[in-house]
Design a protein around this ligand. Structure first.
Ligand code: GLC
Length: 565
């Protein structure tokens, strides 16, 4: 058996590096940092900006082009920071504005761009506007910046409409007036601590334009737009047709998601982004019902990228994968945007666990993860990653996937913090399992996440000592070294750039084979049995052990090989 091939000869790398890159983001590999779980500098058990700063050299060595940081703004943390109380302030738990500036400067010094999360659909209920709107009572002009409505029923005791929260329960909470009597209701598509802004109010749009400028002036390279499909609601807030499935993942063209009006907002934001030098970008988290609707967010005068949740949700099946890849490329081609690819993020079950589970349609995010054989999960996840990284466009990685971390499926209820878990029947309710802090080194928790013997806000499994960065670094065949090798090849090989040049090749059933000019071929065995083919060329990288001596090659189950042909 030959081990993974991890490097190209130096000469070949140098030639390839000479190829001029297209705008950086069209094929960037963007690494998602979930700040509370990345690195804890002060020993409070929660990751922070100085912690991230200290680990930037690791990310440079990994070979990513940019990082996206989930929210680190002032927040009561009702939804892990996706409930923002002050959009221009760093939460003391994460550091200070000076730490953010230092992080941006250090990252830039290492050639890493920085994308921050922007949460425009809703604020925290502790945002000054909302607090004053409540305190000032029904006549407060600040109420117009949110969706306050009288209830239905004789005494207004019923919610204004039948919308449900993504996290479970009604999307409305009744207020109490300053005199203690029950008052109007306010809308929250997520937790009650996350009131939705009313984007029809001009002050809301103005405020977000200045927030964009605030962070752009501070030097960020772009924004990830949270719930980018949610800001505009249908006039009159009509009831939803209850015969439709009500879910974030398949929202359809509903009265509160993916309304055409959101695009006007993005056109105005694009003008701001384009005023700044250096190709600042925005990526939409838009759960739209079809790839064509997703493409609307990345028309030439709107945002630059949109997450490809159709891809994330596709089963490990050759025909299905081929179709979603074709459909994605086709939809993005029509608007001139790069396709994006992602397998894991902070809202879904880690792909090491998820991709082994039966995919029964709606359960695309693997909302109820089952314990799977770790070795089998890693084998398939590594094969899936090598496939993803060979596709044209931009790829998003989620912290820890480069270590092959599995979902933690046995967190006791008392340590869980996901509001969806506590509200039950929500979007998934299991998001804590992918948010467990990263193991860096050592044999004992918190494995270098924070100071020795310090706490971590979610417990780390004992088995993670073997998965730490230190345990995998320099170990041939480790998942970390596979990611490093793949990213290095992606950078140096001109065939693996942004060019939309994927061609499918004839292949036995269950084997996915495509080429990218001038010389790259990718073969993926998606079946449970080995597949034997004539040796197509020189192997560049394999996702697992493969015997490469001979005129034929037997590609093991769940294995991807990159070839030079
Ligand atoms: C997005 C975020 C998720 C958050 C929700 C509400 O889907 O990714 O973590 O809970 O928005 O802000």
């Amino acid at each position: 058996m030959t081990d993974q091939l991890f490097a190209l000869p130096t000469a070949e790398r140098d030639d390839a590096a000479a190829a001029a890159p297209s705008p950086w983001w069209r094929d960037a590999v963007i690494y998602q940092i979930y700040p509370r779980s990345f690195a804890d500098s002060d020993g409070d058990g929660i990751g922070d900006l100085p912690g991230i700063r200290s680990r930037l050299p690791y990310l440079r060595e990994l070979g990513v082009d940019a990082v996206w940081l989930s929210p680190f703004y002032a927040s009561p943390q009702a939804d892990a920071g996706y409930d923002v109380a002050d959009y221009r302030m760093v939460d003391p738990m994460f550091g200070t504005i000076a730490d953010a500036q230092g992080l941006i400067a250090d990252a830039h010094g290492l050639g890493i761009r920085v994308i921050v999360d922007l949460v425009p659909n809703h604020s925290s209920d502790q945002h000054e506007w909302f607090r004053r709107a409540i305190a000032e009572g029904p006549g407060s002009p600040l109420r117009g910046r949110y969706h306050f409505q009288p209830g239905q029923g004789e005494n207004g005791e019923l919610p204004p409409n039948n919308w449900k929260s993504i996290f479970g329960g009604p999307a409305w909470t009744r207020t109490t007036d300053p005199d203690g009597t029950p008052g109007d209701w306010y809308l929250h598509l997520f937790a009650p601590e996350q009131p939705d802004f009313n984007w029809e109010h001009p002050a809301v749009a103005d405020e977000f334009r200045t927030i964009l400028r605030f962070w752009l002036d501070l030097g960020v390279d772009g924004f990830r737009i949270d719930v980018a499909h949610g800001m505009v609601k249908a006039e009159g807030l009509p009831d939803i047709d209850e015969s439709r499935e009500w879910h974030l993942l398949d929202a359809g063209i509903s009265p509160c998601f993916d309304r055409d009006g959101v695009h006007e907002i993005y056109r105005s934001w694009r003008r701001i982004l384009d005023e700044y030098p250096g190709e600042r970008i925005a990526v939409a988290e838009a759960w739209a019902p079809t790839l064509e609707r997703v493409a609307n967010y990345v028309r030439p005068d709107e945002l630059h990228q949109a997450f490809n949740f159709s891809y994330l949700g596709t089963a490990w099946d050759a025909a299905d994968q081929r179709k979603v890849i074709d459909d994605s490329l086709e939809a993005m081609r029509k608007v001139g945007a790069p396709a994006t690819w992602t397998l894991s993020n902070h809202d879904v079950v880690r792909h090491t666990t998820r991709m082994l589970q039966p995919n029964d349609g709606d359960e695309v995010a693997g909302r109820k993860p089952i314990d799977v054989d770790p070795a089998a999960g890693q084998r398939r996840a590594r094969a899936a990653t090598l496939l993803m990284l060979a596709l044209p466009g931009s790829a998003y990685l989620y912290q820890g996937e480069e270590l092959g971390l599995p979902e933690v499926v046995d967190l006791p209820p008392e340590v869980r913090q996901d509001p969806a878990f506590h509200r039950a029947n929500g979007q998934d309710g299991y998001r804590d399992g992918c948010r467990v802090p990263i193991p860096w080194d050592g044999d004992r928790t918190p494995y270098g996440f924070g100071p020795p013997d310090g706490p971590s806000w979610l417990p780390q499994p004992e088995s993670w000592a073997q998965l730490s960065v230190a345990a995998q670094q320099g170990r041939p065949g480790s998942t970390l070294e596979l990611y490093r090798a793949a990213l290095a090849l992606r950078h140096s090989d001109p065939a693996l750039g942004a060019a939309d040049n994927l061609t499918w090749c004839e292949a036995p059933e269950g084997l996915l084979v495509f080429e990218r000019a001038p010389h790259f071929r990718c073969t993926v065995n998606m079946t449970a049995a080995p597949i034997r083919i004539p040796m197509p060329g020189r192997a560049l990288l394999t996702s697992g052990p493969v015997d490469l001596d001979g005129a034929e090659v037997e590609i093991p189950a769940d294995t991807t090989i990159w070839w030079s042909v």
